[in-house]
Write a protein that binds this ligand. Sequence first.
Ligand code: ATP
Length: 243
Amino acid sequence: MHTSDALLALDNLSVTYGHVRAVDGVSLTVGHGEVVALLGANGAGKSSLLRAISGTGGERNGSVLLQGESLLDGARYRVARRGVAHAMEGRRIIGPLTVADNLLLAAHASQRNERRAVPGRLDEVFSYFPKLYERRAQHAGLLSGGEQQMLAIGRAIVSRPDLLLLDEPSMGLAPIVIEEIYELLRSREGTLASCGILLSEQSAALALGVSERAYVLARGRIVFDGRADELDKEKVAAAYLNN
Ligand code: ATP
């Protein structure tokens, strides 16, 4: 894909924390409506790469273009308004607020929803995750880990992003919950049908099952990439061992 046609184009992006270089000269693209996996072992730099796109951590060098415009100059809230939603590892939900208020806040903060459209956005999330509907009046801090992950993804969905950054959505969750989340990614209904998704995962098997293309990171560099159905599984495993 030519980078000027891409929804997201990273060119020679590096991310540092003081003397630590977590991401080292990464170039990649995500197309409009495309699902792209970002694979790599623990510490390979996946979270740092996603945080660099949403402007939530690390010193950035290089270029990050969303629909041809740089994301490096904007504060975090501006990045969200420009259509990037980031469901982070660790979840970042607001514990003292109810489930419904967490969703409402995310819908309004993005400023991409007409007020009238917001209830429909919440209904969309509740239709994917009926447990969130059952718990809509409870404080989010009381949810189980799996429900918190659903809420983090729900908050991203209600903001109607063009680009969704999903950081290790399977992390620490029971297999049945992982299946529920991945079933949603596989079915790609509603909002998820039209937005581009950059999906970071340690589990290559999970992520490749829902992605069109993948990049494999080791020690902050892309060691290879390709179509998800053509990636050499042994090379993926070797990249993890060499991290
Ligand atoms: P994980 O699966 O553990 O989240 P990852 O692939 O997402 O791994 P990162 O969390 O991006 O990897 O970490 C990449 C490197 O950057 C690691 O060496 C890590 O120790 C370092 N690092 C990450 N965040 C910080 C930080 N805030 N300050 C200093 N170093 C950091």
